[in-house]
Write a protein that binds this ligand. Structure first.
Ligand SMILES: *[C@@H]1O[C@H](CO)[C@@H](O)[C@H](O)[C@H]1NC(C)=O
Ligand SMILES: *[C@@H]1O[C@H](CO)[C@@H](O)[C@H](O)[C@H]1NC(C)=O
Ligand SMILES: *[C@@H]1O[C@H](CO)[C@@H](O)[C@H](O)[C@H]1NC(C)=O
Length: 355
């Protein structure tokens, strides 16, 4: 899986101090040679090094900070990353992803990672403002619930991610169905449960999404499962749901920005025990973790029931999540960490020049 957040982050840096240049032409080469520090964003940007810098590449490498957000196998190609061992540093979004890069580069390509810094992402001020505005949140909540046909007292479990097998919507729906069955079998008294899947795109993942919709029709849970087209505006949905489900499969998310966004909205998280999620969610405190794959379906179903039946626990977990965001996952925490990395890498680049 790979993070879809880098564009936003890149802009953030650019606005605070950096210069943006087209990565082509003599101007870029000249600037790279003169610069104290060059930030290379994403693994794929490695292709740019030889193509643009040509014979100057070895002069620039010792002052490159390489910001990596990917963790899919096909990025581990010499084409992209052969210069990685020679750069001043690598910056990666989570400890698990950093470890994965260390393993894969060593085992697959026999190259060594440079000094690596882990920088968790942080929530923007704009998002925090909405999350902390109770009136606005209530309006958004009512509006979205009305559009979905969900009552105020019903409980919504929401998964907000592009619809694809890697994000685990299929396994989530199976768990959701299993939880409905358990509730019926055990005659549990709970409010109506709903599942909302935000990220639908029938033009892209047609086969997979048809599978999801067929499952919903087959199990006759159309009135409980709602598909919402993909959108970059997630705040209304975070305001409308009661629990975030983060069900990314395999190695999980490299970080998983939506997780900290949901926590800002005081939502507990039911997440797979993989990737960045394990560094964000405190199992038993700010959410509950379940295993990836089919083994995770029944544990997730049970966790869904736990949060549906224990209102107090659900609300407490949401509050704990919010507190965790306030001490670890704000933009200013991220800026602080990035500043420390930049300072370190600049110093290293400088020492290299003088040696
Ligand atoms: C990295 O390799 C070590 C040793 O082989 C292993 O224990 C660890 O789980 C691996 N980590 C990742 C993230 O792949
Ligand atoms: C959702 O996207 C589909 C195309 O994939 C489109 O036909 C439909 O009108 C969209 N629905 C809404 C509510 O925008
Ligand atoms: C999460 O905590 C529960 C108990 O609260 C435990 O049963 C479960 O194994 C834990 N899962 C992980 C992945 O740590």
């Amino acid at each position: 899986m790979w993070c879809t957040t880098f564009l936003y982050l890149f802009l953030l840096l650019v606005h605070s101090a950096f210069q943006v240049l087209s990565a082509k032409g003599q101007e870029a080469v000249g600037t790279a040679l003169k610069a104290d520090l060059v930030v290379l964003n994403t693994a794929v940007a490695g292709k740019w090094l030889d193509a643009v810098l040509k014979e100057n590449v070895h002069q620039v490498l010792p002052k490159v900070l390489w910001w990596i957000h990917e963790m899919r196998g096909h990025y581990f190609k010499m084409d992209y990353i052969k210069h990685l061992p020679l750069v001043a540093g690598a910056m990666i979004d989570s400890h698990v992803t950093a470890e994965y890069w260390k393993n894969r580069t060593q085992e697959r390509l026999k190259i060594k990672m440079p000094d690596t810094y882990v920088v968790h992402l942080g929530n923007s001020k704009e998002l925090m403002d909405v999350a902390e505005a109770s009136v606005a949140k209530r309006v958004l909540r009512e509006h979205v619930r009305e559009s979905l046909g969900v009552q105020n007292d019903d409980i919504i479990f929401g998964l907000i991610n592009s619809v694809s097998r890697g994000k685990g919507q299929d396994l989530f729906l199976r768990a959701f169905y299993e939880s409905l069955q358990l509730i019926q079998e055990k005659k549990l008294v709970v409010p109506s449960l709903h599942a909302v899947i935000v990220g639908s795109d029938m033009t892209a993942q047609t086969k997979f999404e048809s599978e999801l919709r067929d499952f919903v029709a087959l199990k006759k849970i159309q009135n409980r499962v709602h598909f919402v087209n993909k959108t970059l505006t997630v705040a209304p949905y975070l305001a409308a749901i009661d629990v975030l489900v983060q069900n990314s499969q395999a190695r999980g998310e490299c970080f998983g920005r939506i997780t900290i966004e949901a926590m800002a909205f005081q939502l507990p998280v039911l997440g797979t025990s993989a990737g960045g999620t394990t560094e964000i969610v405190v199992n038993g405190s700010t959410g509950l973790l379940h295993p990836v794959g089919k083994d995770g379906v029944t544990p997730l179903a049970k966790n869904i029931i736990k949060l549906a039946t224990h209102v107090e626990r659900r609300l407490t977990m949401g509050k704990k999540g919010y507190e965790r965001v306030k001490v670890m996952f704000l933009e200013r925490h991220m800026a602080h960490r990035i500043a420390a990395v930049l300072k370190d890498v600049l110093q290293k680049a400088k020492n290299h020049r003088h040696s």
